[in-house]
Design a protein around this ligand. Structure first.
Ligand code: WTA
Length: 655
């Protein structure tokens, strides 16, 4: 067991400070009895079935789990509706008149929607979708800024059984087009624009470009935001203003009766190949997972004002802005823009203004706040906060302590939550009234979750050794597949270690049984908490007419976690040195065009050759050594070891 120690925090994980939950916090917590771990471990299905009773069902399930590895069905035969669970259950109760969404626009405008108002908007939007011919099972792409219309559209899809697929507004028109085509979406919902650091991101323009090669889309619904509407061309018969359509429908729309296993949404994420995967989530298991984890990990109550600063374009926003908190009847805060607009204290000003009690953000944001300095949070009243969370990448203990001290003022537990788009819900995290915290550790698997750290042969490693993080049993909110590609689902997640779900993450367990996440061990980078595959960026680079070959690696970066470093060989006809700034800029712009600015390489280095094994595989590991300035690792498998040695010298000279 974890023992309390007052040793000065020294940043080393084994000796990190241990923080016990305070008695005052434990007294009021939603879950304070550690026996729950044992109970859930012994009989996970029974545990999940008991918890599922907190959802509103139209018809009870017949069987908790049908498991034919790797295919799971949870709550077989059960009927419910996710939108009903987030809205209708509160209508006619006192909750209906409290704020569901407190929204802050970047320029300073704001809006509050009560549960009843949200319910009305969702019903109207559902009727709009119906009017556009959207039926149960049809896919709807949502490409929107962080405005209330986005959760409204998601809940409207859920209400009628349409499958939403949110595409992050930072993706380019080409990335959007590929996702629309993969989903064969019928409708796209977007906005004319959105604000970001004072400038306008023109989303509708990107939609227009994407639709030139996306024939499945019949209608586009456009929220009027951030632009002069007369400057937003609408294509007759295809494009409609959101407010017009909303004013033409009535506000009554019964929630569709959905099967537990009916699809709720797909969300595209990067894997180890160039093509993003549409991760499939279904209704009951997903909702149960996010509903329960929100209540236990964030200790969320109806009285809370909860703010998750993620963008809804990522899974964190789906699970912990929309479905988890709203199904618990809490008030959520949504902020449209950037943390440094108009000043670097914007987040703290929002917390002060609306009295946020729970705040959930990413380590990369925390490190940025650290760099900006304590003066910004210090000039705001943050006393309303009672719990903090982090997600997206490993948090270094220094950032954890800074967050704990300067934002939580040493009175808020910090929950470091590990999970993935595929897992749907948080799987490794403290329970704040039970778990003693170690800065930098996500601590323990959630009740009912079984995780192991194994070596290459699938054998559990000794404590203190690192290995692959795997999950050994199914869980309700697990992905049900990759949209349109079940074979890839099996290969990707269930083949490396038969019987186990392979996470792609490295991890270590310490002598107290605490989990420490070590980052991806595959070709997926984590740049400012955004998941990007090396192959995706490589494909974008070789798409440029002057590029012959490229190899991309994620190198350590103080703020972003990882930065994108690209090594490029040019075609014979073009010989350009690394001083060729223009071409470097052109290639960076090309990647931005193909994927989005989130994938723009930080540096591009031209080389005559890339280090390859005798079988022709590029050794990215060695390129990472070079980019991070380390001595080269094992080079014995290379076809020609002089290539990499020369490359390292050139790189260091900055030729
Ligand atoms: C990483 C985001 C360490 C991890 C919810 C995972 C983390 C990937 C943590 C999933 C954490 C997420 N500590 N690493 N607390 N949370 N990760 O799909 O590498 O965008 O595999 O889901 O982020 O990223 P995704």
């Amino acid at each position: 067991m974890a023992k309390d120690n007052n040793k000065k925090f020294d940043g080393l994980f084994e000796d990190s400070k241990i923080l016990k939950p305070s008695a005052a916090f434990a007294k009021q917590a939603n879950i304070g009895d550690r026996k729950i771990y044992e109970k859930a471990f012994k009989d996970p299905e029974r545990f999940w079935a008991e918890q599922a009773k907190n959802l509103v069902w139209f018809k009870p399930w017949k069987k908790v789990l049908e498991w034919k590895e790797p295919f799971a069905e949870w709550f077989v035969g059960g009927k419910l509706n996710v939108s009903f669970n987030c809205l209708d259950r509160f209508i006619g109760t006192p909750t209906q008149n409290k704020a569901a969404i407190i929204w802050e626009g970047e320029p300073g405008d704001s809006q509050t929607l009560t549960y009843r108002q949200l319910y009305t908007e969702v019903c109207k939007c559902a009727n709009v979708l119906k009017k556009l011919g959207v039926k149960k099972g049809d896919r709807v792409i949502l490409y929107m800024p962080m405005i209330p219309e986005l959760p409204i559209a998601m809940l409207a899809c859920a209400r009628i059984g349409a499958v939403h697929s949110v595409v992050f507004g930072g993706f380019s028109s080409e990335a959007l087009r590929d996702r629309i085509n993969d989903a064969e979406a019928k409708v796209v919902m977007t906005a004319s624009g959105g604000f970001r650091r004072g400038s306008i991101i023109q989303l509708k323009k990107n939609v227009d470009a994407a639709l030139e090669e996306a024939p499945s889309v019949k209608s586009v619904v456009v929220v009027n935001r951030a632009m002069d509407p007369t400057h937003v061309p609408l294509q007759a018969g295809r494009d409609f203003w959101w407010h017009r359509l909303m004013s033409e429908v009535n506000a009554k729309c019964e929630a569709e009766v959905m099967d537990s296993e009916d699809m709720l949404f797909t969300l595209y994420t990067s894997g180890t190949t160039g093509k993003p995967k549409g991760i499939v989530h279904t209704s009951a298991g997903y909702l149960l997972g996010v509903n329960l984890t929100t209540r236990w990990i964030f200790d969320l109550k109806e009285s809370d004002i909860y703010w998750c600063s993620a963008d809804i374009g990522w899974v964190t926003g789906h699970s912990y802005i929309v479905y988890g908190p709203l199904s618990n009847g809490a008030t959520i805060v949504m902020y449209e823009g950037s943390p440094d607009f108009p000043e670097k204290d914007r987040f703290w000003r929002i917390i002060e203004k609306v009295g946020v009690t729970i705040f959930y953000t990413a380590p990369t944001a925390i490190r940025t706040f650290m760099k900006w300095g304590e003066q910004f949070p210090n000039q705001c009243d943050l006393t309303s906060l009672r719990l903090l969370g982090t997600v997206g990448e490993p948090i270094n203990p220094e950032a954890w302590m800074w967050y704990y001290k300067n934002i939580g003022r040493e009175k808020c537990p910090v929950v470091d939550t590990w999970w993935q788009t595929e897992t749907g819900m948080i799987l490794i995290s403290p329970l704040p009234a039970i778990t003693s915290l170690k800065p930098g550790s996500a601590t323990h698997p959630f009740p009912g979750i079984k995780a192991k750290i194994v070596d290459e042969s699938g054998k559990e490693v000794a404590s203190g050794s690192s290995g692959y993080l795997v999950l050994t049993t199914p869980w309700p909110s697990m992905l049900r597949g990759i949209y349109g590609d079940m074979k890839r689902y099996k290969n990707q997640y269930w083949s490396k270690f038969p019987g186990f779900y392979f996470t792609g993450d490295g991890a270590k367990k310490d002598k107290d049984g605490y989990f420490w996440l070590l980052g991806r061990i595959d070709d997926v980078m984590n740049v400012s908490g955004h998941r990007i595959s090396t192959m995706e960026v490589e494909s974008a680079l070789v798409d440029h007419p002057l590029v012959a070959e490229s190899a991309v690696v994620g190198k350590n970066h103080e703020i972003k976690g990882q930065a994108i470093s690209a090594f490029v060989t040019l075609k014979e006809s073009v010989k350009k040195g690394n001083g060729h700034v223009e071409l470097i800029e052109e290639l960076k712009a090309h990647v931005t065009k193909k994927i989005g600015s989130l994938a723009r390489p930080d540096d591009i280095f031209f080389t005559a050759e890339l280090p390859k094994t005798r079988s022709g595989k590029i050794m990215r590991r060695l390129l990472r050594d070079i980019a991070e300035g380390r001595a080269l690792g094992d080079t014995t498998t290379l076809a020609d070891a002089t290539v990499v040695a020369k490359l390292k010298d050139q790189y260091e000279e900055g030729e």
